[in-house]
Design a protein around this ligand. Sequence first.
Ligand SMILES: *Cc1c(COP(=O)(O)O)cnc(C)c1O
Length: 438
Amino acid sequence: MSASLLERSLAAVWHPCTQMKHHETLPLVPVTRGEGPWLVTEDGRRLLDGISSWWVNLFGHCEPRINAALRNQLEHLEHAMLAGFTHPPAVELAERLGALTGGALGHAFFASDGASATEIALKMSAHSWRNRGFPDKNRFLCLENSYHGETVGALAVTDVALFRDAYAPLLRQAGTVSTPDARRAAPGEPPSDVARRAADSLEARLAAEGSHIAAFIVEPLVQCAAGMAMYDPEYLRRARTICNRYDVHLICDEIAVGNGRTGTFFAHEQAGIRPDLLCLSKGISGGYLPLSIVLCRNDIYRSFYDDDMRRGFLHSHSYTGNPLACRAALATLDIFESDEVLAANHTRAALLGTLLAEAFAAHKAVRHLRQRGMIAAFDVAGATSDFPRRFFAAALEAGALLRPIGNTVYFMPPYVMNEPELRALVEAAARALDTVLA
Ligand SMILES: *Cc1c(COP(=O)(O)O)cnc(C)c1O
């Protein structure tokens, strides 16, 4: 039974972010059930989902209230096109997300995946400048080691060689500026100084090329796909000021770091700033359905408002504003309120930090143990190129889903793990590390 599902998957499914040949030695895991932070395999093994299934399942799996909200929505409206029509879930979600930005980002554009949100934000920025009489402002800047998705437009602002190099000839590559990654600090240098140095390089670039740059896109506080590179909020404060100075839009890609992941609902709040455009996806639907959203400032919206169709925002997507996906997002926002999730995560994150420090702070192979809210990570000295796969397999053996990026082991647990579960997760990671280093 189990073997046949694996065989059929390997024969018919092309798995993402995978060299399929590696599955000759690394078995696929057949999952048939989810319960809170647990994934249950076909043969009944229970695995702790330490990375919220690629950072999406904020409240674990099969959350009863999200399930109920979806069942209820199914009885009313499963889908209707959003061109020429509207419906309650899309309206309510746009209103509630706008309110969460204090009204600063008052218009919501819906899509389904994160990469599309990136593309929409880039198109919106450049088209907005064009509508305002600056057609030459059509280039973009991103950070070194940035990740904004893997469609051709999003890859152009993604600086991860593994994902980009094979497709480089297809791209109109954006410019990259220095990352404020706190690991770049000289001995004794505070992270805020690294942030200032990186901001100086952004300023120099905009001073030279600002008249051609539409937008600077950034992952606030944590460059997740780069290996959980964390940086000081001072960088965002400076980037905001610099973008204002050179008339360049600031796009915050909070696809991974939004939805309470870093301790505030939006990561950019920790810098006391607002972006001009904000991308959301991943956890926004609680990990239930594909949904992404671009929120924009009202003046950007107004720059498209005209009698001429060609000055309207031209991006068509069949499933835009899907009512089921929006309903899952509304149920997710309800849980943030009713369970006071941000406050509860404060305690949960502190516990995770303590457990990780006990297990790893003095470990001889561990470097740069770091944390921002419900993201924690460390780097492993001397890791070989097969480290991520070997660690992943060893962690499964120890009862947890953990999937390192390069030599970085990271934790992004769902916001429902209790103390015994967090303890079990950290113990599984410690056992996996010892197995791999043995
Ligand atoms: C995952 C991610 C994306 C892409 O989202 P997809 O839904 O996988 O296309 C974009 N930006 C960031 C910061 C991400 O973490």
